[in-house]
Design a protein around this ligand. Structure first.
Ligand code: ZN
Ligand code: ZN
Length: 331
């Protein structure tokens, strides 16, 4: 399914075309794709908020098996089941790559954005940017772990949370519902603040010890908070209930509206910190996949056929997908 121009998803801009199988370079592998998750980022790409290189095959939560190895590959075997995530490549030479922050690489390339991704039967990737999928995780259920899961894991690491501390989650979508399972496993107390009653109920089921609306006051101050909401006002709500010296992590790529002025004395003093998160590193994925298999975190998925990609993304836009949407490939 190929995207040739920016357009509202309602106009069904993804078209089924026949492309030749890509040929792997010396350090690349050719992967026969089994499933690819659908993500809000694809809506941003299609509708022009995060313009991709065109034409493009979208999709960055890929699970498949290796069918051909490049001549100079060393890590995998034909038949290995691997995943491909948002980080398609980083230069390995810039100050960010050398400092362990390849997510900020000056030449960062996103899968399905700067290079063809997973809305297809096959794709190629550098072997260094593919991951073995733990046996315990089925294909479809593994796809959300490669994006919402790995990014949520990064959010949690960056929050600096420690065992026994209190964590507040503002908003409770695909990423947060994985984050709560990791935080509970690490022995943290989790409070969830969201407008949606349905999401509050799910949060309770997944172990939240208290739930409320974003402007409510949880029973204890928060050592760490993660804001998954697309609105600016949540930042003030979160800072108000953050403990002295606590850290607020902003997990979204863009806020829909500006963050309102913050009262320094009331909201920021006492060494409170605000930190945003951009992209992921390979280390995030490499650490998170085995952890997800161990806990285990098995996300709920709703499967679509590849040719239904426009419909799957429209449903995602309308909030009608139960769990995570996944495209399965024809044989
Ligand atoms: Zn994604
Ligand atoms: Zn770099």
């Amino acid at each position: 399914m190929i995207l040739e121009g920016i357009s509202p998803i309602e106009k069904k801009p993804l078209k089924m075309v026949d492309l030749p199988d890509p040929v792997p370079g010396p350090k690349e592998i050719l992967v026969k794709i089994s499933v690819c998750g659908v993500c809000h980022t694809e809506l941003d790409e299609i509708e022009g908020r995060l313009p991709p290189k065109l034409p493009i095959v979208l999709g960055h939560q890929i699970v498949g098996t290796i069918v051909t190895l490049g001549s100079r590959t060393t890590k995998f075997h034909v038949g290995d089941r691997v995943g491909i995530a948002w980080i398609h490549s980083a230069c390995g030479k810039c100050r960010f790559c050398l400092g362990g922050k390849e997510n900020l690489c000056l030449e960062f390339r996103g899968t399905g954005c700067h290079a063809n991704g997973g809305y297809a039967q096959a794709t190629v990737v550098l072997e260094d940017f593919a991951y073995l999928i733990p046996e315990r995780l089925p294909d479809a259920e593994a796809t959300p772990l490669l994006c919402a899961g790995a990014i949520g894991y990064r959010d949690l690491i960056l929050s600096g949370i420690k065992k026994g501390q209190t964590l507040g989650l503002f908003g409770f979508g695909a990423s947060a519902h994985i984050v709560i399972q990791i935080a509970k496993y690490w022995g943290c107390e989790v409070f969830v603040l969201t407008r949606s009653e349905e999401h509050r109920n799910l949060a309770k089921k997944l172990g939240a010890s208290w739930t409320g609306r974003p402007e409510d006051r949880p029973p204890k101050k928060l050592n760490c908070a993660i804001d998954f909401t697309p609105v600016g006002e949540t930042v003030a709500h979160a800072l108000k209930v953050l403990e002295k010296g606590g850290r607020l992590v902003l997990a979204v790529i863009r806020k829909r509206n500006p963050i309102p002025p913050l009262d320094y004395g009331q909201l920021l003093w006492d060494e409170k910190e605000i930190k945003s998160v951009a992209n992921i590193t390979r280390k995030d994925v490499q650490e998170f996949l085995p952890l997800a298999a161990k806990i285990p975190i098995i996300p709920e998925v709703q499967e679509f056929k590849l040719e239904e990609a426009n419909w799957a993304l429209t449903s995602l836009k309308q909030g009608k997908i139960q769990g995570a949407g996944v495209l399965s490939m024809p044989d």
